[in-house]
Design a protein around this ligand. Sequence first.
Ligand code: RB5
Length: 144
Amino acid sequence: MDKILPIASDHAGFELKESFKPYLESKGYLVKDMGCFSTESVDYPDFIHPIAKSINDGEYPFGIIICGTGNGVSMVANKYQSIRCALCWKPEISALAKQHNNANIIALPARFISLDEAKEIIDSYLSAEFEGGRHQRRIDKIHI
Ligand code: RB5
């Protein structure tokens, strides 16, 4: 189960999503593409609620979401109690998102990063480990 990697985007993130799918598969992940499926304009909440809910419900351990800026998709995902979605535009940020925030979704800004940058950001997130300790204490204080 933990090798299934759900991904989703809006139209602005569609091309980047399609571009890194084979890369994820080459790393041994079974990619579950939850849309969207073309560059036709869509509303990002329609595609992000289902992926965020499935991770929130424990169906998958983590996922990747993409829109033009990464902001809209992050805002939707972070509505869910057990989601910690981090907007990541550099590999250092995505590593820290796992190490310090135990992020279970990373959001990528498709209009501001290249495919190579996206791969580095994803790799960095996937290879990092949550450090626990004081970071767990801080995470425990996030919920309202
Ligand atoms: C779509 O034009 C754009 O607004 C969307 O992809 C995203 O960046 C919103 O936050």
